[in-house]
Design a binder for this molecule. Structure first.
Ligand SMILES: Nc1ncnc2c1ncn2[C@@H]1O[C@H](COP(=O)(O)OP(=O)(O)OP(=O)(O)O)[C@@H](O)[C@H]1O
Ligand SMILES: [Mg+2]
Length: 291
């Protein structure tokens, strides 16, 4: 029958059954952040009852947005993730948009030392793409994606970190949705697990997931992790949270994750002296304990 239609995208039409057959198996991707991997789970029916099975990491092939105002530990988490994956033998592409590759390398070496990972064993498993020093990579998504495709193929990477995605549309925020959507689709096509670091301005609602570029990032990605810090200045805060006046209370919260179940509570978070992010108990438990 000639229906008179033109340019049908036949490949975009798929039955749910076909899609299910093509769906990749879901497993956990360890983050290298103590206490974080336990917060993701799947629910399986075992002997007729729904049971929570921990995933042991981020859902595989997810693209995850980690957002927070400056100095909340976003880059530390990105580095810990890269070191952990590299130590497990899985090459990582690390797109650095904020600080040049040499500085990121220093950070990676420090993180590896603190995590007890031998640098020589991982140095060739982390591929740095220096968009901080290269204007074309930062400003032309086509060039960035071609470069990334080359790196993914040449090094057989399994995950991609971008610190920061917001740096790719600095002062061009009307492009944010387009940039994020294109990189998201690219990572899906290449079967990569993705970490997008996105910067929040302090004027944006503090504990929300909204990053620079409005809602572009968190609406497109599979899940968002919100980092927050609060300077303790009042006696009631000291009393409630058990953090001395003048100190910082750091928190972390998973703000939605499409691909698996997750803990929804706000947890306290610590940055150790060696510069490692660790996730602690839920804030509610601490407040209750102090009663
Ligand atoms: N040994 C350490 N090495 C690095 N950072 C440390 C260390 N100990 C404590 N820190 C703290 O962790 C912070 C690092 O945070 P990080 O660089 O991850 O911030 P960020 O969220 O990426 O910020 P930005 O948005 O500015 O990039 C430091 O500013 C410092 O306060
Ligand atoms: Mg940073």
């Amino acid at each position: 029958m000639d229906g008179g239609w033109r340019e049908i995208e036949r490949g975009a039409i798929v039955t749910a059954g076909e899609a299910a057959e093509r769906a990749p198996r879901l497993f956990g991707i360890p983050t290298g952040v103590e206490g974080l991997d336990d917060l993701f789970f799947v629910t399986r029916i075992e002997k007729g009852t729904p049971t929570r099975v921990p995933l042991g990491g981020l859902p595989s092939r997810a693209v995850i947005n980690i957002t927070g105002v400056p100095d909340t530990g976003k880059s530390l988490i990105a580095e810990q993730f890269a070191v952990k994956q590299a130590s497990l033998g899985y090459p990582v592409a690390f797109v650095t948009v904020e600080s040049p590759a040499t500085f990121v390398t220093q950070g990676l070496m420090q993180r590896a030392a603190a995590m007890g990972v031998n640098w020589e064993e991982i140095e060739n498993n982390i591929v740095l793409i220096d968009a901080a020093s290269n204007t074309r990579l930062r400003e032309d998504v086509d060039v960035l994606l071609d470069t990334l495709a080359y790196a993914i193929r040449a090094f057989d990477t399994k995950s991609v970190v971008i610190d920061s995605i917001t740096g790719l549309f600095e002062s061009r925020e009307m492009l944010a949705r387009n940039v994020v959507r294109r990189i998201f689709n690219f990572l899906k096509k290449w079967g990569q697990t993705g970490i997008f670091i996105s910067q929040k301005r302090s004027t944006q609602e503090e504990e929300s997931a909204e990053a620079a570029g409005g809602y572009a990032v968190s609406h497109i990605v599979d899940g968002t992790i919100v980092l927050h810090k609060r300077l303790i200045m009042k006696p009631w805060e000291e009393e409630t949270f058990g953090v001395p006046i003048g100190d910082v209370l750091r928190t972390i919260r998973i703000d939605g994750m499409r691909l698996c179940g997750h803990d929804t509570r706000t947890h306290v978070m610590e940055i150790t002296e060696e510069g490692l992010v660790k996730v602690g108990p839920p804030l509610s438990e601490i407040v209750k304990r102090r009663g």
